[in-house]
Design a protein around this ligand. Structure first.
Ligand code: ADP
Ligand code: MG
Length: 468
């Protein structure tokens, strides 16, 4: 019987072919052609698959959207695979996907300063400052109503000579800029005084390091590393909820640093008091400095961020209509908004054609649907009609009787609050009413909510029902 000679490259190519086939089937032709088709395979070795994308935008997009699935599919082909790498390579040249060396103005000084003044940095510093992302600094953080307080607090911490409040606790929903602000503080502190030791790490990493130290019976070194820093930043602290021993260790580290008057900056997805699964004493410790929240974005901020990103991308011409469209429609969070913009820009670069509203809509179909699916005006009308026991048709009708006019106003108010639609758009959905009618409705409901507690409760109840 003839023994088939194993041919690694053929097998790898076959595997890659199958992975691509699955990706195409799962994500559809459009997404596949825009994003996954341009991805090329470089090598598979030591459990690591290396691929590359033609541009930085493409890479970022692929990493944020598809990396998990690509990894899973590769593992399906070969269970030994445990990591995938996606690099950027345009026209044969190798480029670094993400610039990991700090900027010249900050880094050499920072290195020289801290090493000369204090001897070699402890391992932990080398490990963790590497996690700082250059793209996240104060210069490119766009300030709006929803984040101005958190931003001001962050600036204060970054520019203070003495610890102004401890800890600074920043919280808010996903993708709203918590990590960005935190990195901004770190860069600014290092720029002002390169000898200060700043450590940034996720709570997850903190826990991982701690567990490893336990396993290797090296907890002393672990403790020392953290306790010798000037500024400690822990991102996404909710991660250690319910993790008893890590919380305990964190609590001690926290107290030791506060006692020595070192700055702590913490982020979480909820306010300290809302962190279930967190020990009471830790919760109260977390809340005893300054607590700053970041709210969901509004249209102006979204537009501002898009404009700033376009400027950073440099020399991109993007019709204003497209930016406005994106700001109106991608309302979930800033990460998604950026992703949408990157996709549009990358597509334009790829096909070499200018961006139009039509291509944008086509390219972002999935995202737009997901954002719209959240809450539609029709949905609001239906729920409100049910609640007040009137017909949905009365949302559009010209009837002015209080019994239908009031619910209609509530629905308009909720449409304004819960969707990204403009006043004229909302008016149109309510039987072609004028935008001033909608504005009046919003004011009226606000007034009534103040003077009539029962009414306010009703509106709040409806809002929660619709949002859930
Ligand atoms: P979080 O940590 O709250 O989940 P991130 O800080 O990771 O959110 O932000 C998500 C993305 O949105 C990042 O790419 C970040 O640069 C960007 N971003 C968030 N807020 C702003 C802002 N105000 N200005 C510019 N970019 C922002
Ligand atoms: Mg974050």
């Amino acid at each position: 019987m003839a023994v088939k000679k194993p041919d690694a490259s053929v097998t790898t190519d076959e595997q890659w072919g199958r992975v691509r086939g699955r990706l195409r089937a799962e994500f559809g032709e459009a997404a596949y052609n825009s994003w996954l088709q341009p991805l090329s395979l470089d090598s598979v070795s030591d459990g690591r698959v290396t691929m590359h994308a033609p541009t930085r935008f493409m890479r970022e997009w692929i990493v944020s959207r598809y990396a998990d699935r690509i990894r899973a599919l590769w593992r399906g082909e070969d269970p030994k695979i445990n990591a995938i790498d996606i690099a950027v390579r345009a026209k044969g040249a190798v480029a670094v996907a993400r610039d990991e060396t700090p900027p010249a103005t900050v880094a050499p000084a920072a290195r020289a300063g801290s090493y000369a003044a204090r001897g070699p940095a402890p391992a932990v510093e080398r490990n963790f400052t590497g996690a700082l992302d250059l793209r996240y600094n104060f210069d490119n953080f766009v300030v709006g109503k929803s984040n101005e307080f958190a931003h001001a607090a962050a600036q204060r911490v970054a520019n203070a000579d003495e610890v102004p409040f401890n800890p600074l606790f920043i919280y808010g929903g996903v993708g709203l800029g918590k990590t960005h602000l935190m990195h901004g503080i770190a860069w600014e502190i290092r720029r002002r005084d390169p000898t200060r030791r700043v450590i940034y790490l996720s709570a997850e990493k903190f826990m991982y390091q701690f567990i490893r130290a336990l396993r290797f019976k090296d907890t002393m070194a672990f403790k020392e590393q953290f306790r010798s820093v000037d500024v400690l930043m822990i991102d996404d602290v909710q991660f250690i909820s319910g993790k008893g021993s890590t919380q305990e260790e964190f609590f001690h580290t926290f107290n030791a640093l506060v006692d020595q008057n070192r700055q702590l900056v913490i982020t979480g997805d909820r306010s300290p008091s809302g962190l279930d699964g967190m020990e009471e004493r830790l919760r109260s410790r977390l809340g005893c400095g300054l607590v700053a929240d970041i709210h969901p974005t509004d249209y102006e901020l979204r537009l501002g961020i898009l404009e700033s990103k376009i400027e950073q991308l440099g020399a991109q011409t993007m019709p204003r209509r497209v930016l406005e469209f994106l700001a109106h429609r991608i309302t979930s969070n800033i990460r998604e908004l950026e992703g949408a913009l990157n996709r549009v820009v990358a597509h334009a670069t790829l096909v070499g054609r200018p961006v139009t509203l039509e291509t944008t809509q086509e390219l972002l179909q999935d995202l737009l649907r997901a954002n719209d699916r959240r809450i539609s005006i029709e949905d609001i009308q239906k729920r409100v009609a049910e609640h007040f026991n009137i017909r949905v048709a009365d949302m559009h009708s010209a009837r002015r009787a209080r019994a239908v006019a009031r619910p209609r106003q509530v629905a308009m108010y909720l449409a304004k609050q819960l969707t990204s639609r403009s006043l004229p758009e909302i008016g149109r959905k309510f039987g072609g009413r004028d935008h001033t009618t909608v504005m009046h409705a919003v004011k009226k409901v606000e007034q009534l909510s103040k003077s009539d507690a029962e009414f306010a409760e009703d509106v709040e109840l409806l809002r929660r029902m619709i949002e859930s």
